[in-house]
Design a protein around this ligand. Structure first.
Ligand code: HEM
Length: 149
């Protein structure tokens, strides 16, 4: 029963994280092509959502590790879950550091009368790192679902 509840929260928080972050690069590009007021509103909204997505990412990790504990711990656990945990830690850390700080810099870049020069490079940087996060997330999803032997 506990296992089933944890599994439901586990999968739902992963869905929330992926769905909520998928369109970030496109939305940043659209924001940077807009006039400064609209860009500011868009980017501030993205930064707010980013904080919620950090919560969803943490829930994926928390419920994942709890599932492992309910299953009897890490000893003897299939290697795919060890790899999945490592990849998940990497994309969560990327989100909490470089993605978050780049988004904050983008918000700052839209505070004046015009979008600050350099914002487009920040946008590219954000796209690159969210792309890496999504690749790691996708590999982990495959590892979660691939039953070997
Ligand atoms: C990108 C992140 C992740 C995604 C999308 C994800 C997705 C999933 C999915 C869809 C399942 C259901 C699989 C099934 O019942 O066939 C699952 C189960 C599970 N996940 Fe994850 N997961 C992620 C991260 C993690 C992490 C970091 C851990 C911790 C080690 C973890 C541990 C588990 C465990 C123990 C199960 C239950 C496997 C079983 O049925 O015995 N997951 N996950």
């Amino acid at each position: 029963m506990l296992f089933q509840f944890l599994l439901i929260f586990h999968v739902m928080s992963a869905m929330l994280w992926f769905g909520g972050t998928m369109s970030v690069p496109r939305r940043v590009r659209l924001a940077l092509d807009s006039e400064v007021g609209a860009a500011r509103a868009q980017l501030e909204g993205l930064a707010r959502e980013g904080r919620m997505m950090a919560g969803a990412g943490f829930l994926v990790l928390f419920t994942g590790v709890s599932l492992v504990m309910v299953r009897g711990g890490f000893a003897g656990l299939d290697v795919r879950f060890h790899i999945g945990l490592t990849l998940t830690l990497i994309w969560i850390i990327l989100g909490a550091t470089v993605v978050r700080s780049t988004l904050e810099k983008l918000v700052q870049a839209a505070q004046g009368d015009a979008i600050a020069p350099g914002a487009s490079d920040l946008g590219k940087r954000l796209s690159m790192f969210t792309g890496i996060q999504h690749a790691l997330f996708t590999i982990t999803t495959v590892l979660m679902l691939w039953r070997m032997g």
